[in-house]
Ligand binder design. Structure first.
Ligand SMILES: Cc1cc2nc3c(=O)[nH]c(=O)nc-3n(C[C@H](O)[C@H](O)[C@H](O)COP(=O)(O)OP(=O)(O)OC[C@H]3O[C@@H](n4cnc5c(N)ncnc54)[C@H](O)[C@@H]3O)c2cc1C
Length: 403
């Protein structure tokens, strides 16, 4: 693959390649027997620690806070090289590194950051996100889980849902209502929660992919010390926004998907040649490639501003919106190119069943972290400055909003 690196970038890439060759050798190809969830988590912790020890876990963060002090391009290069391996990875790692830690760093105290960041980067604790509820998804301001202050503690009751890998998590980031008499976005407070606290119960939910890696989570008289509150009481919305911006900007680099499609088209036999001989196939691949490159370079621009310490831009919604859409189109096209629609693997075609799995999985990613329509609203209002959607309940005390 041609990356057009500058001399400094080429040197960094060579360094990363050598490091990966030495440290990720066991992940050069998919495991002979698919890993169980528990194995993914155990191996994922070790992989994150290995990266952290070498300074690769958070490349753009300053060294003083556990990063490498590197550039956005170095981050991108590391991800490109990492993607060549089949690594044990999952939201339990990215929620900690890319969502919890930046929120704690920005809104918490230095002591809180020191308490959680090193343990997160070393893989000693993995995280889940307890935001969504049965009646609060896109409209996250509708959170009903209650946290009531009792001395130095908060007593939390409620139900969360769609919590990825919560049944494996050590800690959670949690949004709860602390003032039902305040307008809905103003009565929220942000906490971190030890998932082993009595009263926390995560129940896995089966998904269309056949996996059960997300949960509904019940919180019954859960005691959270006030030292686990991040930011001021009533300012949880701002902290949650930092989390969501980082979630939408997070590693979702799909560069290379179209190159793999081209290889598939080249090897898909058709009467008189291969699928790649068809002008229609080449046109579709060219369109997907243009979209892939557009998303990639727009992402680099946002990553650069993030690495300069600028607050996450609302334009990250464009990345999430276009990339998940494009990835689903590309996976659908991979099914079209495959003689068995990506449904089966055979000894000659190992892992081909992953094509169908990926297609189904991508559908969820168009909802997770902000559904398409909601992202479009965000782009219209906060990037393009168009008139706001009507929000009749915005200034109404939460407990007076009709249910
Ligand atoms: C794979 C996956 C992983 C997830 N992981 C987590 C997790 O770890 N932690 C967590 O807290 N949550 C998680 N979620 C939940 C996710 O954040 C929510 O599903 C998402 O916010 C949408 O909320 P909802 O499902 O309640 O749908 P709803 O908000 O009920 O939306 C239903 C439909 O209505 C549309 N809609 C809603 N409001 C508007 C509007 N104002 N204008 C136009 N259209 C609108 C939506 O776009 C959608 O199509 C996950 C979801 C998925 C799919």
């Amino acid at each position: 693959m041609d990356f057009n690196d500058s001399p400094q970038e080429a040197a960094f890439r060579a360094e990363v390649r050598a490091w990966m060759a030495k440290n990720a050798a066991e992940y050069a190809s998919p495991p002979a027997t698919p890993w169980s969830e528990a194995q993914i988590v155990a191996l994922g912790r070790k992989w994150l620690k290995r990266k952290a020890d070498a300074g690769y876990a958070t490349i753009t963060w300053p060294k003083a806070v556990g990063g490498r002090g590197g550039t956005a391009m170095e981050e991108v290069i590391f991800r490109q090289e990492e993607r060549k391996y089949v690594l044990p990875d999952g939201p339990f790692l990215s929620i900690g590194v890319n969502m919890a830690c930046p929120a704690i760093r920005r809104h918490g105290s230095p002591e809180q950051y020191q308490r959680f960041a090193p343990l997160t980067l070393s893989g000693d604790i993995v995280w889940c996100q307890l935001f969504s509820e049965p009646a609060a998804g896109s409209d996250l301001g509708g959170v009903r889980t209650r946290a009531v202050r009792e001395g130095d503690n908060w007593i939390v009751n409620g139900q969360k849902v769609w919590n990825s890998w919560a049944h494996h998590a050590d800690w959670a980031i949690l949004l709860a209502r602390t003032d039902p008499g305040a307008p809905k976005h103003k009565g929220l407070t942000f906490f971190v929660l030890d998932m082993r606290t009595p009263g926390v119960e995560a129940r896995p939910i089966r998904q269309i992919t056949g996996r059960t890696d997300f949960n509904e989570t019940f919180l019954s008289d859960v005691v959270i010390p006030d030292s686990c509150r991040i930011g001021e009481v009533g300012e949880g919305w701002a902290v949650a926004m930092t989390v969501l911006m980082n979630e939408r900007a997070g590693p979702r680099d799909k560069d290379g998907l179209v190159l793999r499609l081209i290889e598939r088209a080249r090897s898909a036999e058709r009467p008189g040649g291969t699928a790649l001989d068809s002008a229609q196939v080449r046109t579709t691949l060219a369109r997907l490639y243009a979209e892939e490159q557009g998303v990639k370079y727009f992402g680099y621009r946002l990553l650069t501003s993030l690495s300069k310490g600028e607050p996450p831009s609302p334009a990250v919604a464009m990345i999430k919106l276009t990339q998940t859409h494009y990835a689903q189109l590309a996976n659908a096209y991979a099914m079209d190119l495959d003689d068995f629609a990506g449904l089966f693997e055979t000894p000659e075609r190992p892992h081909q069943d992953q094509i169908f799995f990926e297609y189904l999985y991508q559908q969820g990613l168009r909802i997770a972290g902000g559904a398409d329509e909601v992202l479009r609203n965000q782009i219209a209002e906060r990037v393009l400055g168009m008139p706001q959607e009507m929000r009749a309940d915005k200034d109404v005390p939460f407990d007076q909003i009709p249910r």
